[in-house]
Design a protein around this ligand. Structure first.
Ligand code: KIV
Ligand code: ZN
Length: 388
């Protein structure tokens, strides 16, 4: 089966960075942008140039630095925003302006106090205005997840005619169910005249924990660009996590999709973003969490030691993690103890293991985790434990 290469659009430096506490300065953004390009990200959303002089400068500097990836700047459907984005991107090798506005009933009625017709006209005017500056224009229909499909199709058709090259269909509030979001993408694919001239893009938020599922559903129904952030950071519960989407497509290669991402750089990238933003990655985060390849219960440890893929569907090396970890806790079994002992040079006989295991359990009941130095002392008989 011929694979479709899905374009990866990273918005860590825009949607991710707008989260309180995650703000980055230009230097930090440059370091991350450079690594995103090396990792194979196709489009880097570098910031929102009108929002502050600092962000304008960041977009400008990233545009100068990056040579292969497209560099994108966000704007509202407002001329001054679009002009600022265009100016900031003037020296970028592959510039893209991302412009748009809310299209759901709630946005039109309460945010804009407007009508569907007026919003459609504003969308078209914004795209035409942006088109004077750059060829590559992405239009976002904010809150598309809650926008009526017929109206969304009309807007998409109109902005394609005006010159939009990419249509971003954000589930801004993370409300959609995977089938619902996939159906929306399919509806646009089947009902928008001229859709073959544009790329359909997913942009999902994680309010109900479904951002990755919705994104995959979008791809399976015709989207060929995915918008994501490293570690899934972003407004409220976050955006779609880049590492999750990329690895879903890689692990399920029977679906017929691939990406340009060098997956072995995912873990170092996650660490870099975490360190620069000062936000820890939750231990149980899929793909990049510290426990993603750690095994602590006896049953699982025994299986993994016998054959890794009994409990691991991803080879840790594929995402840049050195190796899986067999963690010693009070739930660990003899196989794990023997394995860890062997790793530090102790080959135990069956009787030695039985004896050591009893001592180990007493220690493990006291400590959350038996670390390597504890194990070393235990094995060297330096720790005397007795049942109280
Ligand atoms: O979530 C959203 O709708 C957005 C748009 C500004 C693209 O981030
Ligand atoms: Zn968003």
């Amino acid at each position: 089966m011929k694979e479709v290469t899905i374009q990866v659009f990273d918005t860590t430096l825009r949607d991710g960075e707008q989260v309180p506490g995650c703000k980055l300065n230009t230097q930090q953004k440059l370091v991350i942008a450079e690594q995103l390009e090396i990792m194979g990200v196709d489009i880097i959303e570098a910031g929102f140039p009108i929002s502050s002089p600092g962000d304008y400068k960041s977009v400008q500097e990233i545009g100068k630095l990056i040579t292969r990836s497209t560099v994108c700047g966000l704007s509202r459907a407002v001329e001054s925003d679009i002009t600022a984005a265009a100016e900031a991107l003037r020296t970028a090798k592959h510039p893209r302006i991302h412009t748009g506005l809310g299209t759901s009933e709630s946005h039109i009625k309460y945010k804009f106090k407007s009508t569907q017709e007026k919003i459609l006209d504003r969308a078209v005017a914004a795209v035409k205005f942006a088109k004077k500056y750059v060829e590559d224009i992405e239009f976002y229909a904010e809150d598309a997840g809650r926008t009526d499909n017929e109206y969304l199709a009309r807007i998409c058709e109109a902005v394609i005619k005006a010159g939009a090259t990419v249509l971003n269909i954000p589930d801004t509030t993370g409300y959609c169910l995977p089938d619902e979001y996939g159906d929306k993408i399919r509806f646009l694919k089947e009902n928008v005249k001229g859709i073959e001239k544009a790329v359909l893009s997913t942009h999902c938020h994680n309010d109900l924990g479904m951002a990755t599922a919705n994104t995959i559903s979008g791809v399976r129904n015709g989207a060929t660009q995915v918008e994501c952030t490293i570690n899934g950071i972003g407004e409220r519960a976050g955006n779609t996590s880049l590492e999750e989407v990329v690895m879903v497509l890689k692990q399920h290669d029977n679906l017929g999709f691939d990406t340009n991402i060098k997956t072995e750089l995912l873990y170092p990238m996650s660490q870099l973003v975490s360190e620069k933003m000062g936000v820890v990655v939750q231990p149980n985060k899929a793909i990049v969490g510290s426990n993603a390849f750690a095994h602590s219960s006896g049953i699982h440890q025994d299986g993994v030691i016998k054959r890794r893929d009994t409990y691991e569907i991803i080879n840790p090396a594929d995402v840049g993690v050195d190796h899986s970890r067999i963690v010693l806790t009070a739930r660990s079994g003899r196989a794990a103890l023997a394995f860890r002992a062997r790793q530090i040079g102790f080959e135990l006989t069956k009787d030695e293991l039985d004896l050591m295991y009893q001592k180990f359990l007493l220690l493990a009941d006291i400590k959350k985790e038996v670390e390597e130095n504890d194990l070393l002392k235990l094995l060297s008989n330096k720790i005397k434990i007795s049942a109280a």
